[in-house]
Design a protein. Structure first.
Lengths: 317, 368
């Protein structure tokens, strides 16, 4: 146990008891180069044999057909079309190339860096696309509240559900501050029906020294996989680069180890506020407040005991 | 197909419709819903238009979301879990009543308390197991002892409390045993008091841990209430237990049940005020929709039941009716809090607005 076991910066694998754990692994999803192709969604479903998620019917929203993360959607590509923002600083991003920063490669007429008022030729809308995934939080509320020990911390610092232990109590579902994990519904024959399911960061592939399926499939390398420390530096450098080019709304999300969940294993480079993408702006792990909750419960219990005793001290009847 | 943005989303606005980027929401917990900007007071006005009530001045919070979709997930629970909360609290309160009755010679109150507690905790366990996605694996609840999980702690509490409550109730059935079982029956009877006292020792925990269960989530209405919910649920449990005591015992023995019921209702109502004052925006959900109806019903029934306990102590009929009202009221409280939480999780407003506010105020939650 560590002073920061419930909240604050922490090495999660070491805190969970792993000796000589490998470096913490995670994702950096650079949404500035996402093209919304959903290869990540498909690869994830294929590798993990996830059933089709038609619980609400086919959505018919062509650019976002999965709507949110869930028990049968472990990668979800979000799509937002934005009209001119009141700030007036929509930026021409240009055609996404294979690697950002390579001038002129595949970008045709729309070059990079043509921004600013003096230009006069600003687009009146932009598309934001982002592949959402489980954050594999340093302080994972789902793991903290799991009563069966099904959810556990791997040596890579990720959070995984053991689907042969989970009894589907569903407590992890409201605990998650990002709304990631869910209890699978469906017909009786469906795999792992009734069990909580979420991204495993392809724990089986990591064990074989391979890259998670989504990162492997992403054609623009929007999804990058690697050591969390290195990805964090890469992301911050990329944010700086984008801001230098005038995209002042670029920001990192989940990269701060001091934040409400101790930093995320899966970080994002966003081009607008988190809530635009459906992400909570300032999430906090609920376990941070748990010591106080137990204290209060103890006080309430003591009060109940005292109150019951007092009730018997009344009159004759 | 381009999906239309949520109506309160600042995107999807044509340039002509130049709304300010975001209006700060004031701290008032009851923003009046007004779509078109017309001010409307809460109470029926004189002469039709009532402008200028200070509540009516507060505009609806503006915020951005992803097409109005929830940010977090509501729990997948349905009726089983609030029923489990109610019966658990009832059992805890009843064990306390029964133990006190045992020590003060109120034998009918003791009997109904012990049997009631066993029935309630059995029902509670049934509801918990029934809710599981894979009920056959319910024993896995006892695989680990995890203090960060209220559900784990609760499972262990129940594992200790249940058998004790069961033994205490079995002791009540000893007189009904046939003659050839008198021997073992005497042993069972002797175990009744220690088992009953043991159950009473664990009972307060059983009654209050359920509040930690709900509070330890990201669900706004539940988490925002986490400081007061234990007292709220303890009061509700006392009211329910007292109510059942009043319903099942003769008035001569039901005095402690009446006092416990009144105390429970008073605690619950006082805590309710305190809770709502500290909850912030999510306090709205306690007054709207299904949750609002349930909690209002609960207040009315609790008040009626407490009044009946206060003045109708000598009448068996009034006692019984009051007791029933208190039981239903306590159930309505649990179901109402549950529904409020679910509603607060489904509307992204309750997650986004408080977080965005503190970010914009330069006060994000940070460990440093």
């Amino acid at each position: 146990m560590n002073r920061n076991s419930l909240f604050g910066p922490l090495d999660p694998a070491a805190d969970a008891g792993w000796d000589e754990a490998p470096k913490r692994k995670g994702f950096l999803t650079d949404t500035s180069v996402c093209i919304g192709c959903k290869a990540c969604e498909v690869a994830c479903k294929e590798w993990n044999a996830i059933p089709a998620d038609f619980s609400d019917g086919i959505t018919g929203n062509s650019y976002d057909n999965s709507e949110s993360l869930g028990a049968s959607t472990w990668r979800h590509v979000a799509f937002i079309e934005q009209t001119a923002t009141p700030r007036g600083s929509t930026v021409e991003l240009g055609m996404p190339g294979v690697r950002p920063g390579l001038e002129g490669v595949g970008s045709g007429a729309a070059g990079e860096g043509e921004v600013g008022e003096q230009d006069g030729e600003k687009p009146d809308f932009r598309w934001l696309m982002s592949s959402d995934v489980c954050k594999h939080c340093t302080h994972a509320a789902c793991l903290d509240v799991c009563p069966t020990g099904s959810l556990f911390r791997t040596e890579f610092g990720t959070v995984v559900v053991q689907d042969d232990i989970c009894n589907g109590c569903g407590y992890c579902v409201p605990a998650c501050p990002y709304g990631v994990i869910e209890r699978r519904t469906g017909d009786e024959g469906t795999k792992n029906v009734g069990i909580a399911q979420k991204c495993t960061l392809c724990y089986d592939r990591l064990g074989a020294g391979k890259t998670p399926a989504c990162a492997q499939a992403c054609p623009t390398e929007s999804i990058m996989f690697g050591d969390v420390d290195e990805l964090r530096e890469r992301g911050r450098a990329r944010v700086q680069e984008l801001q230098d080019r005038g995209i002042d709304t670029a920001r990192m999300y989940g990269d701060d180890p001091e934040d409400g969940v101790g930093g995320a294993g899966a970080m994002f480079l966003l081009l607008d506020e988190p809530e635009v993408y459906g992400l909570p702006p300032d999430p906090v792990v609920t376990t941070r407040d748990l010591p106080e909750m137990w204290k209060r419960a103890g006080m309430a219990a003591a009060g109940l005991l005292a109150g019951a005793a007092l009730s018997f001290l009344g009159g004759r009847s | 197909m381009t999906t239309a943005a949520h109506s309160e989303n600042r995107f999807g606005q044509w340039p002509e419709d130049d709304r300010p980027r975001r209006r700060r929401m004031q701290q008032a917990t009851r923003a009046v819903r007004d779509a078109g900007g017309a001010l409307r007071g809460r109470r029926g006005g004189r002469g039709g238009r009532r402008r200028g009530g200070e509540q009516a001045m507060v505009p609806e919070a503006e915020f951005t979301s992803y097409y109005g979709k929830p940010v977090i997930k509501a729990s997948p629970w349905e009726k089983d879990i609030p029923a489990y909360l109610f019966t658990g609290g009832l059992a805890g309160g009843l064990s306390l009543l029964a133990a006190g009755a045992d020590l003060t010679g109120r034998n009918v109150l003791r009997r109904s308390g012990r049997i009631g507690a066993l029935t309630a905790i059995s029902a509670s366990t049934y509801f918990l197991i029934n809710d599981l996605g894979k009920p056959s694996r319910f024993v896995n609840m006892l695989r680990v002892f995890r203090p960060t999980s209220p559900m784990s702690m609760g499972s262990w509490l129940l594992a200790g409390y249940g058998p004790l409550a069961g033994l205490a109730a079995m002791a009540e059935l000893v007189p009904a045993l046939p003659a050839f079982l008198r021997g073992p029956g005497q042993l069972l009877g002797a175990l009744g008091r220690p088992a009953g006292l043991g159950a009473a020792a664990l009972a307060p925990g059983v009654a209050s841990y359920t509040a930690v269960l709900l509070g330890d989530t990201a669900t706004p209405a539940w988490h925002d209430a986490h400081r007061q919910l234990p007292f709220f649920f303890a009061g509700s449990a006392a009211g329910a237990a007292g109510g059942l005591g009043m319903l099942t015992s003769p008035t001569g023995q039901a005095g402690p049940a009446r006092r416990m019921a009144i105390g429970g209702v008073v605690l619950e109502m006082a805590t309710d005020q305190w809770m709502e004052s500290e909850m912030g925006l999510s306090a709205e959900t306690l007054h709207e929709g299904r949750a609002g109806r349930l909690l209002t019903t609960a207040k009315v029934l609790n008040a009626a039941g407490a009044l009946g306990a206060l003045v109708g102590g000598r009448s068996r009929v009034v006692s019984a009716l009051s007791g029933a009202a208190l039981l239903v009221g306590s159930a309505c409280t649990r179901f109402g809090i549950f529904e409020a939480g679910q509603a607060s999780a489904r509307d992204p407003k309750y997650t986004v607005v408080p977080q965005r506010e503190r970010l914009d105020a330069g006060q994000p939650v940070r460990a440093g």
